[in-house]
Ligand binder design. Sequence first.
Ligand code: ATR
Length: 272
Amino acid sequence: MKIPLAGVIGCPVGHSRSPVLHGTWLRQLGLAGHYVPLHIETDDLADVLRAMPRMGFVGANVTVPHKEAALALADDVSETALRIGAANTLSFGPDGRIHADNTDAYGFIANLHQNAPAWQPSHGPALVLGAGGAARAVIVALQDAGVPEIYLTNRTAARAQGLATEFGVTALPWEDRAHVLRDVACVVNTTSLGMGGQPPLDIDLSALPASALVTDIVYTPLETPLLAQAQAKGCTVVDGLGMLLHQAVPGFERWFGTRPQVTDALRMAVLA
Ligand code: ATR
């Protein structure tokens, strides 16, 4: 019997936690399979993707900088990946066809359901900070979940305006990012601010109701200055590690045939 292979394709890829994550699940579940990091240069991506099914790969995760290119190279694309404009999960058919999906939106919402079960999308508008690839997945997730209104703000106004037009959300000037706080039920940081080595996200949460949820896609450190400020106010806070863990679930299930669980033990393994 052939042992199924999967991996994460990036450039660089050494920092990726995905091999530890999938490796932990394979071990915990006692499944035959391997998951490997694959450092692939942009010029080689198309050739590598075409060769992978013949090499025994059943699928792959895709990370920076290949997410948009992988979408363009796929034979079939899910509606969610198309809306986000990027692929993070590929599955290879027996005929070598490449199916592209994006599970970041699923991972974002699944993390909130697991760690903030009292929050409901219907509780009110959301404020999304940042307008990069992560913001696109978060907007799709919040819209699909039924959040009534999304305010989007970004340092570079043109990027926020572009996404606002594309997704039908409301762009706010970056200087006014705190102005809607009294009206929102959820705040999401999708910028890199607050990550180790980066400045903190500068926002005064005074006006935010204590009933609001604040979440960050940054997970190094787990407690960003934004989450610390929100927690001090009594808000519900959810760190970004769960999004990374949950986005991996659909791919693992598709490739290895068993749906894995996101547990505290898994968090510890991935942080170790
Ligand atoms: P990703 O695909 O991970 O979202 P990205 O496309 O590089 O990454 O986006 C990073 C986000 O962090 C952007 O919204 C970026 O704002 P700009 O569009 O103005 O570049 C935001 N960001 C990064 N450094 C920032 C800083 N010092 N102040 C404010 N926003 C910052």
